[in-house]
Design a binder for this molecule. Sequence first.
Ligand code: IMP
Ligand code: MG
Length: 185
Amino acid sequence: MPEVHEDIKEVLISADEIQDKISDLAKQISEEYRDKDLLLVGVLKGAFVFMADLARQVELPIEFDFMAVSSYGTATKTSGVVRILKDLDYEITNRHVLLVEDIIDSGLTISYLLRYLQARGPASLEICSLFWKKGEQAVPLEVKFPGFEIPPVFVVGYGLDYAEKYRNLPYIGVVKDEAYRAEGT
Ligand code: IMP
Ligand code: MG
């Protein structure tokens, strides 16, 4: 068992649990999109770790694209105002698009992206999010491929950051209060 990072007070979901869930999700996705051509759209930066692991378990030919967005807000809460930092490289008209997100909290970021992409006329548009703070959504949201439901706490690891740190942890966990304080000074 590798050591837990010194700034982490509690591991919420282990690396093994995450990998098991990804196998499940990849199976569902391979079924759903059999005989269709699938475009995975990752939401940067957070989703890059999940997308890489997920895609390698999906047994279909896949193409990839990425969007980068930044949500205005505090360090740990988004305001719902989303800025597109990088748009898609390719057209999605008549294509089957699966949006790959790391985590859904208020749901405002993903709702914005859904509206933005829907306007381009994809053949289908669905969401796969590894983590989901269910019950926190400001607007109803249909997540076709949900991973873990987690409590409404701020987590880091597996692509998720606090002030750009901890994205490379293979598990997700909660940061110690001291680590937040050190950052704020
Ligand atoms: P939402 O718009 O409130 O659903 O927030 C979505 C975005 O906020 C995610 O794509 C993450 O980048 C970030 N976020 C939400 N919750 C967390 C968390 O617990 N840890 C790290 N980032 C988070
Ligand atoms: Mg994100």
